[in-house]
Design a protein around this ligand. Structure first.
Ligand code: FAD
Length: 407
């Protein structure tokens, strides 16, 4: 007989842990198991700050054991396939677990292998990425040591988690080079596979001010396809054909795709991500399956800030599902991207579906379209605390679920 749990959650990242806590807050005796293979849990939004020399890498990571909510069964394995017609998930050791309700939250997969030569090039010869815990400190090492030459920052095609992170790394680097008087000797390029600097137009003017201030060459429609680490050359596909550039520093954001076992499953939509209703976060074909976080197929910005709002919605609707009731709570697509334009200032992008601006604070306190010091304090001091002590603990600050009719 397979093991069985009332609620089975796949993934113990931001979304899996926050959902478990939000469920337990509402029903403390609920039988929940989380399938999660990793020993550690990272606050990934902190990696931008590690790359900028503001946080130490160790501050962004805790043991998985320490974030597992009390009373939850931790199944320390990977899920390998879904059998939703039998309410069952198969694990890497071949065993199966059944459930009354399933939450799918295994995140997004970083597809380093899609760029030729990249995996071997990382971590040496000036090639780095804030998208890996072990490499973010190398970004800061490179930034501190570079005094002249060419620095290229890349952005792959969407979707990616935290769409602002490629730029954040660049602005913080430029800020350091400007303060230390070497920026004039460094050619900085932003090579973005997309066609715009940032997807929500309201934030673009403030960001363009910094592109100009740091004299960054903006290359849109330029997609990294190959890296020759030892030769310090990067090749990009552009409309005009392939372009190969020399570099002294290359900050890469990898292409990102749905986890393969999800994309191969009956739970996936066309994109490979979990096929859920974008408001109720319930699966469109399987009523007892919910999806959130970076693995969700909703068209929101993939951020931990989005998860903060999604987890309570899933908790409300899943508990209703267990009682044979229809979903009640709705998610409005909220996501947030604090763009670190210089040390001490942030452009705080907060928006929902269709790019609708959804500021958390009144404009007189924080005007998200302008660089502000208060937003920096939020990112550097407040949000990490909120993540570990509120979001992962079921304290739904700034995240109370709305009625689905309002979304
Ligand atoms: P994750 O937190 O990635 O967790 C997924 C979990 O699933 C992992 O623990 C993984 O081990 C597990 N898993 C994977 N496969 C399986 C499997 N087969 N079986 C079981 N478990 C599995 N967000 C913001 O809000 N603000 C920011 O400023 C910000 N900046 C960022 C900067 C960087 C450099 C990065 C990388 C991310 C940033 N984010 C930011 C995005 C944020 O970290 C993610 O959106 C968030 O972590 C998503 O949560 P998740 O639970 O969906 O995925």
């Amino acid at each position: 007989m397979p093991a069985s749990h009332t609620v089975l959650i796949i993934g113990g990242g931001a979304a899996g842990i926050a959902t478990a806590s939000s469920l337990l807050k509402r029903r403390s005796d609920l039988d929940i198991a989380i399938v999660e293979p990793a020993d550690t849990h990272s606050y990934q939004p902190g990696w931008t700050m590690v790359g900028g020399g503001i946080f130490k890498a160790e501050e962004t990571r805790r043991t998985m054991e320490s974030v597992m909510p009390a009373g939850v069964t931790w199944i320390k394995q990977s899920a390998v396939s879904f059998q939703p017609d039998r309410n069952q998930v198969t694990l890497e050791d071949g065993s199966a677990v059944t459930y009354d309700a399933l939450v799918v939250a295994p995140g997004i997969r970083l597809a380093w292998e899609k760029v030729d030569g990249l995996e071997d090039a990382l971590g040496k010869n000036g090639v780095t990425s804030n998208y890996r815990y072990d490499l973010a400190p190398y970004t800061w090492e490179l930034v501190r040591s570079l005094k002249s030459g060419r620095a290229i920052f890349t952005q792959p095609p969407m979707p990616i988690k935290c769409a602002g992170a490629p730029q954040k790394a660049m602005y913080l680097s430029c800020d350091h080079w400007m303060r230390s008087g070497v920026l004039d000797n460094i050619d900085v390029e932003f090579r973005n596979a997309g066609g715009v600097l940032f997807g929500v137009a309201a934030y673009v003017p403030a960001l363009m001010d910094y592109v100009e201030k740091y004299d960054i060459a903006l290359e849109l429609g330029s997609n990294l396809i190959a890296v020759d680490g030892s030769g310090q050359k990067a090749t990009f596909a552009t409309e005009a054909g392939e372009v190969t550039c020399d570099f002294d520093m290359l900050h890469v954001v990898p292409p990102q795709v749905a986890p393969q076992f999800l994309a191969d499953s009956p739970l996936a939509g066309e994109s490979g991500f979990t096929d859920v209703d974008q408001h109720t976060l319930r699966h469109v074909r399987y009523d007892n399956v919910f999806g959130l976080g970076d693995a969700g197929g909703m068209p929101n910005a993939k951020t931990a800030a989005a998860v903060r709002k999604q987890a309570p919605v899933v908790a409300v609707n899943l508990l209703r599902q267990l009682g044979d009731k229809n979903p009640k709570a709705g998610y409005d697509g909220y996501g947030s991207c604090p763009l670190t334009v210089e040390r001490g200032k942030i452009v705080l992008a907060e928006f929902g579906y269709d790019g609708k601006l959804l500021p958390s604070f009144p404009k007189w306190l924080i005007n998200g379209t302008r660089p502000q010091h208060l937003s920096w304090i939020l990112k550097a001091d407040v949000l990490p605390w909120v993540y570990w002590n509120a979001m992962l603990k079921g304290r739904e600050w700034l995240a109370s679920p709305k009625d689905k009719s309002a979304s």
